[in-house]
Design a protein around this ligand. Sequence first.
Ligand code: SF4
Ligand code: SF4
Length: 372
Amino acid sequence: MENILAGVATTQGIDELIKLLLGDGYQVIGPSAENNVIQKKEITSVEDLPKGYTDSQAPGHYALKRDSSSPELFSWAVGPASFKDNLFPSKSTLFEGKITKSDVSISQKEPFSQKVCFFGIRPCEVAAMAVLGRVMAGGPYQDPQAKSVRENSLVIAVECGYPAENCFCTSFDTGPMADEGCDIIITEITEGEHRFLLRSGSDTGHHILNRLNYKSALPEDVSARDRVIAKSISQIGKSIDAENTPSMLARNLSSHVWSDIARRCLSCGNCTMVCPTCFCASFEHSNGLENDFSVTRRWDSCFDTAHSYIHGGSVRTSTASKYRQWMTHKLSTWVDQFNEIGCVGCGRCITWCPVGIDITEEVAKIAESESK
Ligand code: SF4
Ligand code: SF4
């Protein structure tokens, strides 16, 4: 369905929305300022939201600060924690079993069935959940946890009024405005009276908003929202050429830029851990003393030498080959595999890289080296 304008709320109205969701049995997971970063946690009221916080991000840099006089609830960009682990937990037991003299019993963990609301989620995050969801549960072999979360979750997105220096969502149409995949879309407006414009993007979202007594939106509320988005777009300075980069990278697997990156890259894997779409995993088979066994899946990274181990040794041992694998998968071979790019431009890999390697700059250098 098309987004339907539902009304205008105050901060109190946002609290009423959270309380209504809790009353409907949703576990509400939303943003909160914890340990000097914007985190996500279970929230129960508007008081849990990071009121007055802004962030500053640059390659290899993140800092949060608070203005206690600011009424704004969403004046920050994405923090390190994405919603990836809700679809794809960092550690999960896939199977458990027991062997007896006459039988082998295997049980699979029940998929998560709680109704969850992802509240205050950024548009790039909604896009990342869709990209990861297609990997985990979009094909013939579906991960039960990811499938269950996709089916049981309610998505309430907040459009971005404060993109960070490392954001480049505009390259992939994944922000700063929200559209597909959202049940409810909120835009915080500070021009004039502090307020929130609410739109529904699904029948479920529409019915929820209809139960709240919001003021009708006026044309000036809609044009104020459009100015929030236009300002955000004008502030986004980084970009990747989504159309030409996949083929450009495929032609440049021998570029000298890979070894230049390797001189700076620590192979720490931070970029893969914070990335909301990276899905490398390793599997651990354990046997207990009671003839029991289990299979556990953990997040892994293509920067780990052991991750590319096949019979006889690892395929990728140099840092240059690991970084090339990571970037070319994200921006080139993902298209061959899933018919879309595997990056949503959230900028986390740039912010949380301890040496400040910037994927947008490295892509530009490879393109430039080809043209020389
Ligand atoms: S590659 Fe970087 S910018 Fe792209 S989705 Fe992953 S963390 Fe975000
Ligand atoms: S690019 Fe940065 S975050 Fe990624 S492995 Fe290299 S040093 Fe670590």
